[in-house]
Design a protein around this ligand. Sequence first.
Ligand code: PLP
Length: 326
Amino acid sequence: MAVFESVIDAIGNTPIVRLKRFAAPLKHNLWAKLEFLNPGGSVKDRIAKNMIEQAEREGKLKPGGWIVEATAGNTGIGLAMVAALKGYKLICIVSQKVSKDKVRLLERLGAEVVISPAGKKPGDPDHFISIAKRLTEERGAWFVDQFYNPDNAQVHYEVTGPEIWKQTDGKVDVIVAGAGTGGTLSGAGKYLKEKKPSVQAILADPVGSILADLYDGQTTTVGQYVIEGIGQDFIPGNFHSNVIDAAFRIIDEESVQAAYDLMKLEGVFAGSSSGCIAAAAAAYCKQLGGKGKNVLAILPDGGRGYMSTIYDDTWMSEKFPGKNLG
Ligand SMILES: Cc1ncc(COP(=O)(O)O)c(C=O)c1O
Protein backbone atom coordinates (compact mmCIF):
# COMPACT_ATOMS: atom_id res chain seq x y z
CA MET A 1 0.00 0.00 0.00
CA ALA A 2 1.31 3.45 -0.87
CA VAL A 3 1.26 5.96 1.96
CA PHE A 4 2.06 9.63 1.48
CA GLU A 5 3.67 12.32 3.62
CA SER A 6 0.91 14.77 2.68
CA VAL A 7 -2.10 15.29 0.46
CA ILE A 8 0.17 16.98 -2.10
CA ASP A 9 1.98 13.71 -2.68
CA ALA A 10 -1.35 12.03 -3.39
CA ILE A 11 -1.85 14.17 -6.52
CA GLY A 12 -1.80 12.30 -9.84
CA ASN A 13 -1.84 8.63 -10.81
CA THR A 14 -5.55 8.84 -11.47
CA PRO A 15 -7.21 5.74 -12.92
CA ILE A 16 -8.22 5.14 -16.51
CA VAL A 17 -11.49 3.24 -17.01
CA ARG A 18 -13.11 1.79 -20.11
CA LEU A 19 -16.40 3.38 -21.23
CA LYS A 20 -18.30 0.47 -22.72
CA ARG A 21 -21.90 1.66 -22.72
CA PHE A 22 -21.51 5.43 -23.27
CA ALA A 23 -22.31 6.29 -26.93
CA ALA A 24 -22.25 2.56 -27.78
CA PRO A 25 -21.80 0.96 -30.24
CA LEU A 26 -18.43 2.42 -31.28
CA LYS A 27 -15.81 0.79 -33.51
CA HIS A 28 -13.04 2.16 -31.31
CA ASN A 29 -12.17 1.71 -27.64
CA LEU A 30 -13.22 4.66 -25.53
CA TRP A 31 -11.41 5.25 -22.24
CA ALA A 32 -11.71 7.93 -19.56
CA LYS A 33 -9.01 9.28 -17.26
CA LEU A 34 -10.73 10.22 -14.01
CA GLU A 35 -9.01 13.42 -12.94
CA PHE A 36 -11.71 14.06 -10.34
CA LEU A 37 -9.99 11.42 -8.21
CA ASN A 38 -7.20 13.87 -7.45
CA PRO A 39 -7.39 14.97 -3.77
CA GLY A 40 -8.73 18.46 -4.58
CA GLY A 41 -11.19 16.94 -7.04
CA SER A 42 -9.73 18.01 -10.37
CA VAL A 43 -6.89 17.93 -12.89
CA LYS A 44 -5.89 21.36 -11.60
CA ASP A 45 -4.26 19.90 -8.47
CA ARG A 46 -1.37 18.94 -10.72
CA ILE A 47 -0.66 22.48 -11.90
CA ALA A 48 -1.35 24.03 -8.48
CA LYS A 49 1.37 21.90 -6.93
CA ASN A 50 3.85 22.45 -9.73
CA MET A 51 3.34 26.20 -10.16
CA ILE A 52 3.61 26.85 -6.39
CA GLU A 53 6.68 24.64 -5.96
CA GLN A 54 8.38 26.21 -8.97
CA ALA A 55 7.64 29.73 -7.65
CA GLU A 56 9.16 28.67 -4.32
CA ARG A 57 12.29 27.42 -6.08
CA GLU A 58 12.56 30.67 -8.03
CA GLY A 59 12.08 32.77 -4.88
CA LYS A 60 8.88 34.40 -6.20
CA LEU A 61 6.84 33.19 -3.25
CA LYS A 62 7.89 34.16 0.26
CA PRO A 63 6.89 32.17 3.38
CA GLY A 64 3.38 33.17 4.45
CA GLY A 65 2.98 35.36 1.34
CA TRP A 66 -0.06 36.16 -0.78
CA ILE A 67 -1.01 34.19 -3.89
CA VAL A 68 -3.47 35.66 -6.44
CA GLU A 69 -5.18 33.73 -9.22
CA ALA A 70 -7.98 34.16 -11.75
CA THR A 71 -9.76 30.83 -11.91
CA ALA A 72 -12.88 28.97 -12.97
CA GLY A 73 -12.72 27.41 -9.51
CA ASN A 74 -10.69 24.25 -9.81
CA THR A 75 -7.26 25.87 -10.00
CA GLY A 76 -8.27 27.90 -6.97
CA ILE A 77 -9.29 24.76 -5.09
CA GLY A 78 -5.98 23.06 -5.93
CA LEU A 79 -4.05 26.20 -4.93
CA ALA A 80 -6.08 26.54 -1.72
CA MET A 81 -5.28 22.94 -0.78
CA VAL A 82 -1.54 23.39 -1.38
CA ALA A 83 -1.57 26.88 0.22
CA ALA A 84 -3.31 25.55 3.35
CA LEU A 85 -0.63 22.94 3.80
CA LYS A 86 2.26 25.30 3.10
CA GLY A 87 0.90 28.35 4.95
CA TYR A 88 0.26 30.79 2.10
CA LYS A 89 -2.67 33.24 1.82
CA LEU A 90 -4.79 33.05 -1.33
CA ILE A 91 -7.18 35.36 -3.22
CA CYS A 92 -9.17 33.88 -6.11
CA ILE A 93 -10.99 35.95 -8.69
CA VAL A 94 -13.80 33.88 -10.15
CA SER A 95 -16.35 34.76 -12.79
CA GLN A 96 -19.99 35.19 -11.77
CA LYS A 97 -20.79 32.08 -13.80
CA VAL A 98 -18.80 29.74 -11.53
CA SER A 99 -21.04 27.48 -9.44
CA LYS A 100 -21.80 28.39 -5.82
CA ASP A 101 -20.57 24.97 -4.75
CA LYS A 102 -17.05 25.76 -5.95
CA VAL A 103 -17.08 29.26 -4.44
CA ARG A 104 -18.19 27.88 -1.06
CA LEU A 105 -15.48 25.24 -1.13
CA LEU A 106 -12.83 27.85 -1.92
CA GLU A 107 -13.96 29.91 1.05
CA ARG A 108 -14.00 26.85 3.31
CA LEU A 109 -10.44 26.12 2.25
CA GLY A 110 -9.47 29.57 3.50
CA ALA A 111 -9.31 31.53 0.22
CA GLU A 112 -10.62 35.06 -0.17
CA VAL A 113 -12.99 35.03 -3.17
CA VAL A 114 -13.68 38.01 -5.44
CA ILE A 115 -16.52 37.53 -7.93
CA SER A 116 -16.00 39.20 -11.31
CA PRO A 117 -18.86 40.04 -13.69
CA ALA A 118 -19.41 37.49 -16.50
CA GLY A 119 -19.03 38.41 -20.15
CA LYS A 120 -16.28 41.07 -19.78
CA LYS A 121 -13.75 41.31 -22.61
CA PRO A 122 -10.01 40.74 -21.97
CA GLY A 123 -8.46 44.11 -21.13
CA ASP A 124 -11.68 45.43 -19.54
CA PRO A 125 -10.86 46.55 -15.97
CA ASP A 126 -13.61 44.20 -14.71
CA HIS A 127 -12.29 41.15 -16.63
CA PHE A 128 -11.14 38.58 -14.06
CA ILE A 129 -7.52 38.75 -15.20
CA SER A 130 -7.45 42.57 -14.91
CA ILE A 131 -8.81 42.30 -11.36
CA ALA A 132 -6.19 39.66 -10.53
CA LYS A 133 -3.39 41.91 -11.78
CA ARG A 134 -4.69 44.83 -9.73
CA LEU A 135 -4.93 42.76 -6.53
CA THR A 136 -1.43 41.36 -7.12
CA GLU A 137 0.00 44.87 -6.98
CA GLU A 138 -2.13 45.92 -4.01
CA ARG A 139 -1.08 42.93 -1.88
CA GLY A 140 2.50 42.52 -3.06
CA ALA A 141 1.42 39.04 -4.11
CA TRP A 142 2.66 36.41 -6.52
CA PHE A 143 0.29 36.15 -9.50
CA VAL A 144 0.03 32.50 -10.51
CA ASP A 145 -1.14 33.31 -14.07
CA GLN A 146 -2.17 29.80 -15.10
CA PHE A 147 -2.97 31.00 -18.63
CA TYR A 148 0.64 32.04 -19.32
CA ASN A 149 2.70 30.31 -16.61
CA PRO A 150 4.78 27.66 -18.46
CA ASP A 151 4.87 25.47 -15.33
CA ASN A 152 1.23 24.65 -16.10
CA ALA A 153 1.71 22.88 -19.47
CA GLN A 154 5.10 21.65 -18.29
CA VAL A 155 3.66 19.44 -15.51
CA HIS A 156 1.35 17.79 -18.03
CA TYR A 157 4.39 17.22 -20.27
CA GLU A 158 6.49 15.85 -17.42
CA VAL A 159 3.87 13.96 -15.44
CA THR A 160 0.39 13.57 -17.03
CA GLY A 161 1.70 12.51 -20.45
CA PRO A 162 4.15 9.91 -19.08
CA GLU A 163 1.44 8.64 -16.72
CA ILE A 164 -0.93 8.03 -19.66
CA TRP A 165 1.84 6.40 -21.68
CA LYS A 166 2.68 4.02 -18.83
CA GLN A 167 -0.93 3.24 -17.90
CA THR A 168 -1.84 2.37 -21.48
CA ASP A 169 1.41 0.53 -22.19
CA GLY A 170 1.95 2.93 -25.07
CA LYS A 171 -1.31 1.80 -26.72
CA VAL A 172 -3.00 5.20 -26.56
CA ASP A 173 -3.82 6.51 -30.06
CA VAL A 174 -5.88 9.64 -29.35
CA ILE A 175 -6.34 11.97 -26.41
CA VAL A 176 -9.36 14.25 -26.14
CA ALA A 177 -9.43 17.17 -23.71
CA GLY A 178 -10.95 20.59 -23.31
CA ALA A 179 -8.87 23.73 -22.99
CA GLY A 180 -9.31 26.42 -20.40
CA THR A 181 -5.66 27.37 -20.29
CA GLY A 182 -4.72 24.64 -22.79
CA GLY A 183 -2.15 23.19 -20.38
CA THR A 184 -3.54 19.65 -20.21
CA LEU A 185 -3.91 19.05 -23.93
CA SER A 186 -0.72 20.91 -24.93
CA GLY A 187 1.53 19.31 -22.32
CA ALA A 188 0.24 15.73 -22.39
CA GLY A 189 -0.22 15.89 -26.18
CA LYS A 190 3.38 17.04 -26.74
CA TYR A 191 4.81 14.22 -24.63
CA LEU A 192 2.66 11.51 -26.21
CA LYS A 193 3.43 12.70 -29.75
CA GLU A 194 7.14 12.58 -28.98
CA LYS A 195 6.72 8.96 -27.86
CA LYS A 196 4.45 8.05 -30.76
CA PRO A 197 4.08 10.62 -33.56
CA SER A 198 0.77 9.16 -34.76
CA VAL A 199 -0.98 10.14 -31.50
CA GLN A 200 -3.77 12.65 -32.16
CA ALA A 201 -4.59 15.44 -29.71
CA ILE A 202 -8.22 16.48 -30.08
CA LEU A 203 -9.82 19.59 -28.60
CA ALA A 204 -13.35 19.53 -27.18
CA ASP A 205 -14.63 23.10 -27.40
CA PRO A 206 -17.99 24.49 -26.31
CA VAL A 207 -19.87 26.44 -29.00
CA GLY A 208 -19.19 30.13 -28.22
CA SER A 209 -15.46 29.60 -27.67
CA ILE A 210 -12.97 30.91 -30.24
CA LEU A 211 -10.37 28.14 -29.80
CA ALA A 212 -11.87 25.78 -32.40
CA ASP A 213 -11.61 28.59 -34.99
CA LEU A 214 -7.91 27.72 -35.32
CA TYR A 215 -8.84 24.29 -36.69
CA ASP A 216 -12.00 24.72 -38.73
CA GLY A 217 -11.41 28.23 -40.12
CA GLN A 218 -14.70 29.58 -38.77
CA THR A 219 -14.84 32.98 -37.10
CA THR A 220 -16.75 32.71 -33.88
CA THR A 221 -18.50 35.57 -32.17
CA VAL A 222 -17.73 34.93 -28.52
CA GLY A 223 -20.86 33.56 -26.90
CA GLN A 224 -22.11 32.46 -23.52
CA TYR A 225 -22.27 28.78 -22.63
CA VAL A 226 -22.98 26.96 -19.39
CA ILE A 227 -20.00 24.61 -19.50
CA GLU A 228 -17.46 25.73 -16.90
CA GLY A 229 -13.69 25.78 -17.17
CA ILE A 230 -13.19 25.19 -20.89
CA GLY A 231 -13.50 27.30 -24.02
CA GLN A 232 -12.00 30.74 -24.27
CA ASP A 233 -12.34 34.26 -25.68
CA PHE A 234 -8.57 34.58 -26.24
CA ILE A 235 -5.68 32.23 -27.04
CA PRO A 236 -3.84 31.55 -23.78
CA GLY A 237 -0.05 31.17 -23.73
CA ASN A 238 -0.44 27.57 -22.53
CA PHE A 239 -2.55 26.72 -25.58
CA HIS A 240 0.07 25.33 -27.97
CA SER A 241 -1.95 25.24 -31.16
CA ASN A 242 0.69 23.27 -33.08
CA VAL A 243 0.26 20.26 -30.75
CA ILE A 244 -3.50 20.04 -31.36
CA ASP A 245 -4.76 18.27 -34.47
CA ALA A 246 -8.49 19.00 -34.64
CA ALA A 247 -11.38 20.41 -32.67
CA PHE A 248 -14.98 19.39 -32.09
CA ARG A 249 -17.55 22.04 -31.24
CA ILE A 250 -20.14 20.83 -28.77
CA ILE A 251 -23.37 22.61 -27.82
CA ASP A 252 -24.38 22.88 -24.16
CA GLU A 253 -27.30 20.47 -24.43
CA GLU A 254 -25.05 17.78 -25.84
CA SER A 255 -22.43 18.30 -23.10
CA VAL A 256 -25.02 18.14 -20.34
CA GLN A 257 -26.68 15.07 -21.85
CA ALA A 258 -23.27 13.39 -22.07
CA ALA A 259 -22.59 14.15 -18.40
CA TYR A 260 -25.94 12.53 -17.51
CA ASP A 261 -25.14 9.54 -19.73
CA LEU A 262 -21.72 9.07 -18.14
CA MET A 263 -23.46 8.82 -14.79
CA LYS A 264 -26.37 6.64 -15.86
CA LEU A 265 -24.54 4.29 -18.22
CA GLU A 266 -21.07 4.13 -16.68
CA GLY A 267 -21.52 5.23 -13.04
CA VAL A 268 -19.03 8.03 -13.71
CA PHE A 269 -20.24 11.16 -11.91
CA ALA A 270 -18.45 14.00 -13.67
CA GLY A 271 -18.67 17.75 -14.27
CA SER A 272 -19.97 19.72 -17.21
CA SER A 273 -16.65 20.03 -19.04
CA SER A 274 -16.28 16.24 -18.77
CA GLY A 275 -19.63 15.94 -20.56
CA CYS A 276 -18.33 18.17 -23.37
CA ILE A 277 -15.09 16.17 -23.63
CA ALA A 278 -16.85 12.78 -23.58
CA ALA A 279 -19.29 13.99 -26.27
CA ALA A 280 -16.35 15.15 -28.44
CA ALA A 281 -14.52 11.84 -27.91
CA ALA A 282 -17.61 9.90 -29.03
CA ALA A 283 -18.04 12.19 -32.07
CA TYR A 284 -14.38 11.64 -32.97
CA CYS A 285 -14.75 7.84 -32.67
CA LYS A 286 -17.80 7.97 -34.95
CA GLN A 287 -15.95 9.78 -37.72
CA LEU A 288 -12.66 7.87 -37.41
CA GLY A 289 -12.18 5.09 -39.94
CA GLY A 290 -10.99 1.58 -39.12
CA LYS A 291 -11.54 0.06 -35.72
CA GLY A 292 -9.93 -0.69 -32.38
CA LYS A 293 -8.07 2.61 -31.82
CA ASN A 294 -7.65 3.62 -28.18
CA VAL A 295 -9.29 6.99 -27.61
CA LEU A 296 -8.77 8.53 -24.18
CA ALA A 297 -11.02 11.30 -22.85
CA ILE A 298 -9.41 13.27 -20.00
CA LEU A 299 -12.27 14.11 -17.61
CA PRO A 300 -11.18 17.20 -15.61
CA ASP A 301 -13.51 17.20 -12.62
CA GLY A 302 -16.41 15.49 -10.87
CA GLY A 303 -20.13 16.16 -10.55
CA ARG A 304 -20.29 17.35 -6.95
CA GLY A 305 -19.23 20.87 -7.94
CA TYR A 306 -22.32 21.13 -10.12
CA MET A 307 -25.11 20.04 -7.77
CA SER A 308 -26.53 23.59 -7.94
CA THR A 309 -26.16 23.83 -11.73
CA ILE A 310 -26.41 20.99 -14.25
CA TYR A 311 -27.56 18.51 -11.61
CA ASP A 312 -30.30 20.82 -10.30
CA ASP A 313 -33.70 20.56 -12.02
CA THR A 314 -34.75 24.16 -11.36
CA TRP A 315 -31.48 25.58 -12.69
CA MET A 316 -31.73 23.32 -15.73
CA SER A 317 -35.30 24.34 -16.54
CA GLU A 318 -34.27 28.02 -16.32
CA LYS A 319 -31.25 27.55 -18.58
CA PHE A 320 -32.87 25.13 -21.03
CA PRO A 321 -36.62 25.90 -21.00
CA GLY A 322 -38.70 23.21 -22.68
CA LYS A 323 -35.73 20.86 -23.18
CA ASN A 324 -36.09 17.55 -21.51
CA LEU A 325 -32.54 16.40 -20.92
CA GLY A 326 -32.12 13.33 -18.82
C1 PLP B 1 -13.72 22.17 -15.05
C2 PLP B 1 -12.51 22.35 -15.91
N1 PLP B 1 -12.35 21.58 -16.96
C3 PLP B 1 -11.28 21.74 -17.78
C4 PLP B 1 -10.34 22.70 -17.59
C5 PLP B 1 -9.26 22.91 -18.62
O1 PLP B 1 -7.99 22.47 -18.34
P1 PLP B 1 -6.74 23.26 -18.93
O2 PLP B 1 -6.66 24.57 -18.21
O3 PLP B 1 -5.57 22.38 -18.65
O4 PLP B 1 -6.94 23.50 -20.38
C6 PLP B 1 -10.49 23.53 -16.49
C7 PLP B 1 -9.55 24.61 -16.24
O5 PLP B 1 -9.45 25.66 -16.82
C8 PLP B 1 -11.59 23.35 -15.61
O6 PLP B 1 -11.78 24.13 -14.54
